[in-house]
Design a protein around this ligand. Structure first.
Ligand SMILES: [Zn+2]
Length: 308
């Protein structure tokens, strides 16, 4: 066998290996996923709220899974939000935008990338929105803007706090200025919520980036974040290329932003409902495990102990 035959045979082997590799659909349908220690059963991960028991990685989850954790399984109402006309700019890049929308809807079972629900935490009724990263990277376009505004309107009409569980790569450029205008629309809607003295809390999840960080995800009265989530405007490599300096390894993570004062609390997924319940109870002056009065008493007793 000469060297040419050897190369051809090796090429055939590589071709077969590539052809037999699992597709994205195969991976999605599989009972297994992967984390730090290699394969892990999805059912095992689910029991732990989709958090790896070994490395504590908070895997991305869907809006319904978020609401199940927050309000209890199926213990909430999902709203049907208005869907504006698809593809207003008749956009085509490597694929027509209409086709991208069609496959995103098929993949997620959602009409748009954002879901609005109403449920109860700590006996407090709240309206919440959550995004699905599998829907075109949870990018924001007209339909998602409508969903967000619908949620705020519902919160104002029923005098409820509003919770945003943010995720997404930014504004959806297939809708150009229409998607960018959602930054203004959501900002104005949040102002209306604040005029009504209703709390607006944001839980930042992985990844929250671009125009989402530059608008509604950073306008909360309080910002919670899941451990290790990437929260950024521009990406790390872009910034490094611009400032020509090496950035810290944990740059643009929840923990980094908390240390710099941009995030109030980094909270484990399992603790988010209780933390939200306590914070809302304090903000709305309702009875809770931690009331502001108890906090003052605790502070006083610490001071007394220190003084004695
Ligand atoms: Zn892991």
């Amino acid at each position: 066998m000469n060297w040419i035959t050897k190369i051809i045979k090796a090429g055939e082997k590589i071709k077969t290996a590539i052809r037999d590799r699992a597709t994205k659909e195969d991976i999605a349908k599989s009972d297994w996923t992967s984390c730090c220690r290699g394969p892990i059963l999805k059912t095992d991960l689910e029991k732990n709220l989709w958090v790896c028991p070994d490395c504590n990685k908070h895997h991305r989850i869907k809006p319904k899974q978020r609401f199940d954790i927050l309000f209890g399984k199926n213990n909430y109402e999902i709203f049907k939000t208005p869907i504006p006309k698809d593809d207003p700019l008749n956009w085509t890049d490597s694929k027509p935008y209409k086709e991208r929308l069609k496959s995103a809807r098929k993949k997620t079972g959602l009409e748009c990338g954002m879901m609005v629900a109403s449920g109860t935490i700590n006996n407090i009724k709240i309206t919440a929105v959550a995004s699905d990263f599998d829907f075109l990277g949870a990018s924001m376009a007209a339909a998602e803007g409508e969903a967000f505004l619908y949620g705020i309107q519902n919160a104002i009409e029923n005098q409820k706090p509003f919770l945003c569980i943010s995720a997404g790569g930014g504004m959806r450029m297939m809708e150009s200025l229409i998607s960018l205008s959602q930054m203004t629309r959501t900002t104005l809607a949040i102002n209306e919520l604040k005029k009504n003295n209703l709390p607006y809390i944001v839980v930042l999840t992985d990844p929250t980036a671009g125009g989402i960080t530059a608008s509604y995800a950073m306008l909360g009265d309080l910002h919670l974040a899941e451990p290790g989530a990437t929260v950024a405007f521009a990406g790390k490599r872009v910034i490094e290329g611009t400032v020509k300096e090496a950035l810290p390894p944990n740059f643009q993570t929840s923990e980094y932003l908390r240390d710099k004062g941009q995030v109030d609390l980094v909270v484990e997924r399992k603790d988010i409902p209780k933390t939200l319940g306590n914070l809302l109870s304090i903000l709305l002056k309702k009875n809770s495990d931690i009331s502001s009065e108890q906090n003052e008493t605790a502070e006083l007793s610490i001071q007394t102990r220190e003084a004695s």
